[in-house]
Design a protein around this ligand. Sequence first.
Ligand code: AKB
Length: 316
Amino acid sequence: MTKKVLVIGSSGQIGTELVEGLRARFGADHVVASDIKEPQVKQDGPFVMVDAMDRRGIERIIEKHGITDVYLLAALLSATAEKDPAFAWKLNMESLFIVLELAREGKVQKVYWPSSIAVFGPTTPKDATPQHTIAEPSTVYGISKQAGEQWCAYYHKRYGVDVRSIRYPGLIGWKSAPGGGTTDYAVHIFHEAIRHQAYTSFLSAGTTLPMMYMPDAIRATIELMEAPADRVKERTSYNLAGFSFSPQEIAAEVGRHIPGFRMDYAPDQRQAIADSWPRSIDDRAARADWGWKPEYDLRSMVDDMMVNLKRELVVG
Ligand code: AKB
């Protein structure tokens, strides 16, 4: 069967880069992008407007394009979800159920659904957080991701649905804008540093969080989805680690590229969310099961971000 991919929520931070990565690998016509918003950047290949909660609309796209694999990325992230918990729960869960049901009915072969370090909470061990550990999330986003993970495992065990997932840390990239996350400061800092040589962080100086550079995250996602099914042993979601840093540490790295760069701190309501999350992640299960290995560390990520974003913002 020819692989045909549907990405739901393709205009967001991950979707923008995932569509590009999938098209580079499988061909532009083999990847259908879809969202309720226009794409952030102009891309080759089909784009369809659809709401992630519109089952009939999604089914029509699947039938029309002969879709085999669905990547469901539509979600409200941690900070935005706290502003409207009821809607966050509705969107994050309803969209997942639609896709799991379509897979159960045999209308698609494989499903990808992103989880997050937000499944962990204040009672979780903070350093080298294990794959299997206490997970008592304190945000609605975390609760929806944790419940979603359990539904993925349930659909796999009960109905044989081939659903795969990664618990993303904070993601940093230059091609797309983040929206509504607690880790977004680590992207904003680059834009503000290049434009104004200054940034005010909404997290305190010493708040260490797990992060990853987007090329690693996209590669991990496609590698997990392309791994033989018997190598995918965790059917809730895989821990995945890149590197960890605090606002103070990334400010020092940014300062190497922007002379006179000034960082201030004004923690807001996102601080409490960050304080409930791990500082670092143990991803040995992903490494052992399907061969995950990150390429970027803090320094090489900052170097690459600076080169690309300076060019983007100057050429504009
Ligand atoms: C967020 O900050 O909400 C996301 C995440 C860690 O899932 N980036």
